[in-house]
Ligand binder design. Structure first.
Ligand code: TMP
Length: 206
């Protein structure tokens, strides 16, 4: 059975750690799983990712940023996500359209409806079947990142604490707007508990 699952959250929410565990558990249950991420997941989109997140690109205009994320998403969708769904696989995607709505639409102030409009052009009618939102305070999330020496620090990580609070507020508005699709995981817990809570939701969905 094909299923499109996206994982969303602020920095240091534990979603990437959870993704690896979820993939392993779904495979143990006999599912074929494609784990991927945005921006990126395929060569062209990874190239766009390095432009967007380059620490040197501080002069990037907010609309340019939103368009680049949407462009990367389009290529990723047609080249990887749609073929996997058509082959009956489960797609586990670390970030998708809601990241653009929360970060560019709300936190950058471009407007959620405006950013949704360019993303609808990018994704046609494809939306995740279920989205897990890993809810963590920016203080906890950024604290986790600081301790993780293996993690790359990117252009959005170094935004102000206020920006990260706006991102969380953006996600809160999206939960109100898409209550059926977006499910909340309490990501203040330890990473082990976070992964378990996420798997429980996916299990009940499947
Ligand atoms: P990552 O740290 O989860 O790999 O994501 C890279 C950064 O890009 C993260 O700060 C969130 C941001 N982002 C957006 O602002 N808009 C988007 O559409 C996506 C996919 C990511």
């Amino acid at each position: 059975m094909s299923c499109f699952i996206s994982l969303e959250g602020g920095e240091g929410s534990g979603k990437t750690t959870a993704a690896a565990r979820i993939k392993a558990e779904l495979e143990a249950m006999g599912h074929e799983v494609v784990q991927t991420r945005e921006p990126g997941g395929i060569e062209i989109a990874e190239q766009i990712r390095s432009v967007i997140l380059d620490l040197a690109n501080t002069g990037m205009d907010a609309r340019t940023e939103a368009l680049l994320y949407a462009a990367a998403r389009r290529q990723h969708l047609v080249e990887k996500i749609v073929p996997a769904l058509n082959a009956g696989k489960i797609v586990l995607c670390d970030r998708f359209i809601d990241s653009s709505l929360a970060y560019q639409g709300h936190a950058r102030g471009l407007g959620v409806d405006e950013v949704y409009a360019i993303n609808r052009f990018a994704v046609d009618s494809y939306l995740p079947d279920v989205t897990l939102f890993f809810d963590v305070s920016p203080e906890t999330g950024l604290g986790r990142i600081e301790k993780d020496e293996t993690r790359e620090i990117n252009r959005l990580d170094i935004e102000s604490l206020k920006f990260h609070h706006e991102v969380r507020e953006g996600y809160r508005l999206l939960i109100e707007r898409f209550p059926k699709r977006i499910r909340v995981v309490d990501a203040e817990q330890g990473l082990e508990e976070v992964s378990r809570a996420a798997m429980k939701i996916i299990d009940s969905y499947l």
